[in-house]
Ligand binder design. Structure first.
Ligand SMILES: [Zn+2]
Length: 468
């Protein structure tokens, strides 16, 4: 199988590598390029933020929401949005300065050397690439985490606290941090070990093997996330028997959704933002509802939100997203070989010639990721637009539960979904006025106004059809 994949991939990958051969040989100013690109992206994002910022001065809710949103809630949401936008501005500038200094002073080369020193203390030499790579990644992750610490502390304990969302205690914050690091190491270290071993073992033929490994890893995470990882951070309890449970089970049964477990999650332990989601294997799914959603919306509303979630399942959105990500990974990895042996790339990032002559895989891959930032940024914006389309589709699905799928008791689901969305948005103090550029670039979900307009349209189309 792998050989067949390799044969199919080999010709285009080889042709593409020929195009990229200059990367291996030419001494290009890679570092200046990466710094320039990161400032270009940051400047564009600050411009978008400035476009969005002026909407926080509006005195009244958008016309189609005015009837549903009390004026005091609207004013609170504007104040929250303004504070978040100011914070985003500071965060962008701060991260930019940190990154620039890190690149400028050869941060990657320093981390690599420190990694070598660290394993040296443990009695291993720099010939042990796997260990030094793990040490390098640990040091780099620790530094990144430390650099963003002031921002996360401020965001959690000042910004969210001020607007009444923070439920995180100091103890939870520290425990989450430590668990996150432990988890990063427990998953990251074996991942890196296999990742590097594939390169040393498969040589020039690593592309299909690496793809197979990454796909396998993603599938493994589908198993591990709900069973091992999430319980470390949140408590999932089976949803209590009652009207809500009966309704969700009936809905799942009617749509032939393979519901295995129905949970309530204590999202309120950290924040009072509310949500619901599903996950699992094609034949065994879990639905998780946030306790905050149950508290904020009526049973009818929660059911409508779940109907929307089942729309994602019905149209196989998670699978489609995974396929797009696979193609993306293929393109990314297919372009990597030229960078794998690029001595000029490492020299440009201040690595000593002794290291640059035979670039360690992890270093080449890390620098490669910095180089492809512009493409990755565009890809992220593209994925946001795909995601927004999927959201509209799932809303449409919920609206058509009665007319198209004949689910009993699902009349007026669109109206119920609209009301639930408004209730969630108002409780979360979500931004109600949104700049179209800002939204197109950043948002995975359409704005509330856009969704309500679409829902009204789906409902109208439905009624028109009935009259015909
Ligand atoms: Zn959705």
């Amino acid at each position: 199988m792998i050989n067949v994949v390799e044969d199919i991939l080999f010709i285009p990958v080889a042709a593409w590598q020929k195009q990229l051969s200059f990367v291996t040989t030419d001494p290009l100013p890679w570092k200046s390029y990466v710094i320039a690109v990161s400032w270009t992206v940051a400047t564009f994002e600050i411009y978008l933020l400035a476009r969005q910022y002026k909407y926080y001065s509006k005195k009244e809710a958008p016309p189609n929401l005015k009837a549903y949103v009390p004026q005091d809630k609207f004013e609170k949401s504007q104040a929250y949005g303004k504070d978040k936008a100011r914070f985003a501005f500071v965060k962008t500038i701060y991260s930019q300065i940190w990154d620039t200094l890190f690149f400028y002073y050869g941060g990657f080369a320093i981390c690599w050397k420190l990694g070598g020193d660290l394993i040296g203390v443990l009695g291993y030499g720099s010939d042990n690439q796997v260990l030094q790579s793990i040490a390098f990644s640990m040091i780099f992750a620790f530094l990144s985490s430390m650099s963003s610490m002031p921002l996360s502390l401020y965001s959690t304990f000042v910004l969210e606290e001020k607007h009444g969302f923070n439920k995180t205690t100091g103890a939870t914050f520290v425990a989450d941090l430590l668990k996150g690091w432990a988890l990063g190491f427990a998953i990251g270290a074996p991942f890196l070990w296999v990742f590097i071993t594939i390169f040393t073992w498969a040589g020039h033929h690593f592309v299909p093997w690496l793809l197979a490994f990454i796909l396998g890893f993603q599938i493994l995470m589908v198993f591990l996330y709900p069973t091992v990882i999430q319980p470390l951070f949140n408590k999932l309890t089976p949803l209590a028997p009652g009207e809500l449970k009966d309704k969700i089970e009936a809905l799942a049964e009617h749509l032939k959704f393979p519901l295995k477990h129905l949970y309530e999650i204590d999202g309120s332990k950290r924040s009072s933002h509310s949500n619901a989601y599903f996950f699992g294997l094609p034949w065994s799914k879990h639905i998780v509802v946030y306790d905050t959603l149950i508290a904020n919306a009526k049973v009818d509303g929660v059911e409508a939100v779940l109907a929307h979630e089942l729309g994602h399942w019905y149209f196989q959105h998670p699978f489609k997203l995974m396929m797009i990500h696979q193609i993306h990974t293929l393109i990314l990895i297919g372009s990597f070989p030229a960078f794998l042996h690029s001595t000029p790339l490492l020299l440009s990032f201040d690595f000593p010639a002794t290291v640059a002559v035979h670039p360690p895989v992890i270093i080449a891959f890390t620098l490669y990721q910095c180089v492809v930032t512009p493409i990755e940024t565009m890809f992220a914006a593209f994925m946001n637009s795909v995601s927004r389309n999927f959201e509209f589709q799932a809303d449409k699905f919920a609206c058509e539960l009665h007319s198209k799928h004949g689910v009993p008791g699902s009349e007026g689901m669109g109206k119920r979904l609209g009301e639930a969305l408004i209730a969630i948005m108002v409780d979360n103090l979500a931004t109600l006025w949104t700049d179209s550029w800002y939204s197109a670039w950043h948002h995975t979900h359409p704005t509330l106004t856009e969704r309500l307009r679409a829902i009204a349209h789906y409902e109208e189309v439905k009624h028109d059809k009935k009259e015909l």
